[in-house]
Ligand binder design. Structure first.
Ligand SMILES: [Zn+2]
Ligand SMILES: [Zn+2]
Length: 403
């Protein structure tokens, strides 16, 4: 027997139903917010992720499924969705159109990390990217949309927000932070010491407890925002207040890449053990430029589908469709014209073996059919069909052509 690879998983009946329910719910909501589907390749040039996700990140540094293909190209299975969507956006020259563009996507992502609960090497994300809208109203709208998706999936969450500033206020803050960190260097963990040189902002979200306690008194960007960033952040919190969407401001919520700016947010849940992110996103006004497009403001997010798999409240199974059965061998083939016709509009299950009444009723129940429809000896002779509505319990015998 061949097993799936470590950290990879089949989605079988119960899980696959949850998966479909999550994706269809998210798509339904995204469409109401004006998003259209985009599909991009799973395999991309490694350079794309080095440039967009950043070489100093763990994802690119340690976790990429990177290899040389038969043509000698350095390629990589996508570790996240945004980079490919932005590349496609630039490739299709959509950055030269005045239209605002909104895309949703879903599919598998790959990271070679140590598999653990809720963390697979192949996992799935649903995400949205909105291009061309620089107003903080769009940040608010996207946050509203994610909460709506979670609401419709029956998932509770806490919303955490932060501002990452802009090219005007971020660099002086970064310098401030480096000065602060250099003074406490000896006490910080090894990773953080490395980050001071490569990506000091990432020190803020170090998971090490000692580091976290040392950072209590670190300078906070939120108190050092330029006027434009400050006013946008205040507007965002006002809008969230007005919408009665509760949130906490987490000054350690960072992304640590230069193209991220202003709004950053995370939806977290404590229903899956320790508080963990079930969705995250924010504004990335510089990324399109970074990938050789015309400057285009953009904001987006991704939901981790496996993270919410167990949190989803599945809708109660409703009876639907028709169960078709024959009581005698000669009647089986008379079922097919009925099935073909009815399948134009609803779910039909055909039992190929002739059986007794009771065992057909059981069969109809098993597939949650709304109608149990049978052809017996009399019905076969008379050209009729016997129909029972399993909800109302009403029974009738009607001409087959009228069913
Ligand atoms: Zn700013
Ligand atoms: Zn640390």
């Amino acid at each position: 027997m061949i097993n799936p690879l470590r950290g990879m998983k089949d989605l079988t009946f119960d899980d696959s139903q949850r998966f479909v329910h999550i994706v269809t719910t998210a798509i339904k909501v995204a469409k109401r917010y004006g998003y259209g589907y985009i599909e991009t390749p799973i395999l991309e040039e490694t350079a794309l992720f080095k440039r967009s996700v950043g070489e100093s990140s763990d994802i690119v540094g340690k976790e990429m499924y990177q290899f040389e293909d038969k043509g000698g190209n350095d390629v990589c299975m996508r570790p996240e969705g945004t980079a490919g969507v932005v590349r496609a956006f630039v490739h299709a020259k959509l950055d030269r159109q005045p239209l605002k563009q909104k895309f949703y996507y879903y599919g598998p992502m790959f990271r070679y990390e140590r598999p653990q609960k809720g963390r697979l090497r192949e996992f799935h994300q649903f995400g949205c990217e909105s291009f061309g809208e620089g107003s903080v109203y769009e940040d608010f709208t996207i946050i509203t949309m994610i909460s709506q998706i979670f609401k419709e999936l029956g998932i509770g969450f806490d919303l955490q927000i932060n501002s990452l500033g802009c090219p005007e206020c971020m660099p002086p803050y970064k310098q401030n932070l480096v000065n602060f960190l250099t003074n406490i260097k000896e006490e910080l963990c090894e990773d953080c010491n490395r980050r001071i040189g490569t990506n000091p902002i990432r020190v803020l979200d170090c998971k090490n407890k000692t580091c976290q306690s040392l950072l209590t008194n670190s300078p906070k960007l939120i108190n050092n925002l330029c006027e434009a960033c400050d006013s946008d952040f205040k507007k965002l919190t006002t809008l969230l207040d007005q919408a009665e969407l509760s949130y906490t401001i987490d000054t350690n919520l960072v992304r640590g890449l230069d193209y991220y700016s202003k709004t950053a947010f995370e939806f977290v849940s404590d229903e899956i053990g320790a508080q963990s992110a079930i969705a995250g996103g924010g504004r990335y006004d510089k990324l399109v430029e970074f990938l050789d497009g015309k400057p285009t403001p953009a904001v987006g997010f991704a939901i981790g589908i496996e993270r919410i798999m167990e949190l989803v409240q599945m809708p109660k199974v409703q009876r639907e469709g028709i169960y078709l059965g024959a009581m005698l061998e000669e009647a089986v083939e008379a079922l097919f014209p009925v099935a073909t016709l009815k399948r134009l509009e609803q779910k039909v299950t055909v039992e190929y073996n002739s059986k007794g009444f009771k065992s057909h009723m059981k069969g109809a129940d098993k597939v949650h059919a709304k109608y149990c429809v049978l052809i017996g000896e009399d019905e076969l002779k008379d050209g009729t069909i016997w129909v029972k509505d399993l909800e109302t319990k009403k029974e009738s015998t009607i001409p087959r052509g009228e069913f």
